[in-house]
Write a protein that binds this ligand. Structure first.
Ligand SMILES: [Zn+2]
Length: 82
């Protein structure tokens, strides 16, 4: 199992973690860097990884437990249309 470290507090993190259990930072996976990074919110739905603050982070549509409001494209309601 691959382990990561919170860039904010050094807490040991698992790939399955969506939030740092110590400092509460939301976590996101950066596939191009193959690291899990703590994210800081700049508002407006924009997130910046502490590991790469120059690269705005966007949650992918299938990210489970996404803290962001789902966009219309990503929304998957189970309700039937009227
Ligand atoms: Zn942390």
């Amino acid at each position: 199992m691959k382990l990561f470290e919170c860039q904010h507090c050094g807490q040991l993190l698992y790939f399955e973690n969506t939030r740092c259990e110590r400092c509460g930072h939301v976590l996101g996976y950066l596939p191009d860097r193959e690291i899990l990074s703590a994210l800081t919110s700049e508002g407006g739905g924009r997130w910046y990884p502490l590991a790469a603050p120059e690269e705005p982070f966007g949650f992918c549509a299938n990210a489970a437990g996404s803290p962001l409001p789902t966009s219309p494209a990503a929304r998957q309601t189970g309700s039937s249309p009227l």
